[in-house]
Design a protein around this ligand. Structure first.
Ligand SMILES: [Zn+2]
Ligand SMILES: [Zn+2]
Length: 239
């Protein structure tokens, strides 16, 4: 490395140290390193390596889980950075319900760090237009945009629509969530996904019913393979 670039790195390091500390989003303590302080970042519930490659639930030695063996979901593979537990749940809620859009890059980058395949396209889980109007933004689309930019994978931002405004999944018992989502999505006829590998980006996978239904719609439209890329996976025993 040249002397000049060493010098520039030095300046970079000094500049970084002089950045004002910001309050950690989780505990409020001064953080020099970004949105969350080192202690809170260390506390985030990372998913273990040993998990079902299809649905990301923890399994012994990372084998396919019993549920996926018996009844494989419409998607083929799941990448999840965290389990949906404290304090990660607080970050997701801050993003969705308190418009903390600064979290988008932080959470999207956590997905990027886990990605191990290279799909042809990304698709964000669409919100119904009514819900979109209420919230003002689709957090899944913001995450997908960042990931598309980081990995240089094209985002099909208008490929699919949510055609049914279903009750929020969180308001329903787990058993009814599949039924609630049925036929909730359609792919637009002018979008060609035939033979392609598509990754669906969403914030949280709970039962997998929404992502499963979108995966089904994408496969009906000809997609060869569908992956689910989510910030967090809800583990069943948390309920
Ligand atoms: Zn903190
Ligand atoms: Zn599984």
């Amino acid at each position: 490395m040249s002397i000049l670039s060493h010098h520039l790195l030095d300046i970079g390091a000094k500049f970084k140290r002089k950045l004002p500390a910001q309050p950690c989003l989780l505990c409020g303590a001064a953080s020099q390193v970004g949105l969350c302080c080192d202690a809170c970042t260390a506390e985030l519930p990372r998913l273990t390596e040993a998990r079902c490659p299809i649905c990301a639930l923890p399994t012994l030695a990372g084998s396919v889980c019993g549920e996926c063996l018996l009844q494989p979901p419409p998607f083929d593979h799941t990448v999840a950075a965290f389990s949906y537990n404290f304090p990660l749940d607080k970050l997701i809620q801050a993003l969705k319900f308190h418009d903390r859009l600064v979290l988008v890059d932080y959470l999207a980058d956590a997905i990027v760090a886990r990605v191990d395949t290279r799909p042809d396209h990304l698709v964000a889980l669409p919100l119904h237009p009514t819900r979109l109007r209420e919230r003002g933004f689709n957090q899944s689309l913001l995450l997908a945009r960042r990931i598309s930019h980081r990995l240089d994978i094209p985002l099909l931002s208008d490929a699919c629509e949510r055609v049914r405004n279903t009750p929020p999944q969180s308001s329903l018992p787990w058993k009814e969530r599949d039924k609630n989502m049925r036929h909730a999505f359609v792919c637009k006829p002018d979008i060609d996904v035939r033979g392609k590998h598509i990754a669906i980006v969403d914030d949280v996978m709970t039962t997998g019913a929404s992502i499963g239904e979108l995966a089904r719609a994408l496969k009906l439209a000809g997609a060869r393979e569908v992956s689910a890329w989510v910030v967090a996976r809800t583990l069943p025993h948390d309920h």
